[in-house]
Write a protein that binds this ligand. Structure first.
Ligand code: URA
Length: 195
């Protein structure tokens, strides 16, 4: 079914695909907008497309994405239950971090996505997303798994799945964060079921 949200997202995706707002447009294969269910109450926000995402045009389809899928499946969530997007819509070359001016240029697109999706829960995957969405001085090691509120939305940050691939000793802590996400998600389902 073509819902209002889906049409609005499609229009925004078209706009993003034409963006020449920063120099990443010169090196991208294509823009990477988002994937998942536009009607879902849970929005996951990563950093930026990597090589696989740049090639396939969808976020989190490489090794980090496979690990993320594994964590989401562990807490019983399927793609139907969430939408996923990134701070940047274009791949920064050579696995480097996004530059502040690239984030500035791209954030209006993410803000529009959030307005359209109207999520109840946002999960920031990694430091880059957490510092943009929660607080510029956010420290993942200190504050992962804590709930915050931003504009009426429940927001949490957890480790970026690439960080878990680099340092498996963080996996247990990440699993605890995902259990908290599952609790919040099912509390929300129960709330809406009782309306
Ligand atoms: N890392 C991200 O932050 N986003 C992706 O889409 C893939 C890897």
């Amino acid at each position: 079914m073509q819902t209002e949200k889906k049409s609005a997202l499609e229009a925004l995706e078209k706009e993003v695909s034409l963006c020449r707002g920063c120099s990443l447009c010169q090196t991208r294969t294509q823009t990477v907008f988002g994937r998942g269910n536009a009607e879902a109450s849970l929005l996951l926000i990563g950093e930026a497309p990597g090589e696989s995402e740049d090639r396939e045009g969808k976020p989190f389809v490489g090794a980090a994405g496979m690990l993320l899928d594994h964590y989401l499946a562990f807490i019983g969530l399927e793609e139907e239950d969430y939408y996923i997007a990134n701070i940047l819509k274009c791949r920064p070359p050579h696995h480097r971090d996004p530059k502040p001016e690239e984030e500035e240029a791209c954030m209006p697109f993410l803000r529009s996505q959030v307005r359209i999706l109207n999520p109840k829960i946002i999960i920031c995957l990694g430091r880059i997303a957490a510092q943009r969405i929660i607080s510029p001085d956010f420290r993942i090691t200190r504050s992962h798994g804590e709930w915050f509120r931003r504009g009426g939305i429940r927001v949490m940050a957890t480790f970026h799945p690439s960080a878990l691939l680099r340092d498996p000793s963080k996996k247990e802590a990440a699993l605890d964060d995902f259990k908290k996400i599952a609790e919040e998600f099912s509390a929300l389902q129960n709330e809406t079921a009782n309306i």
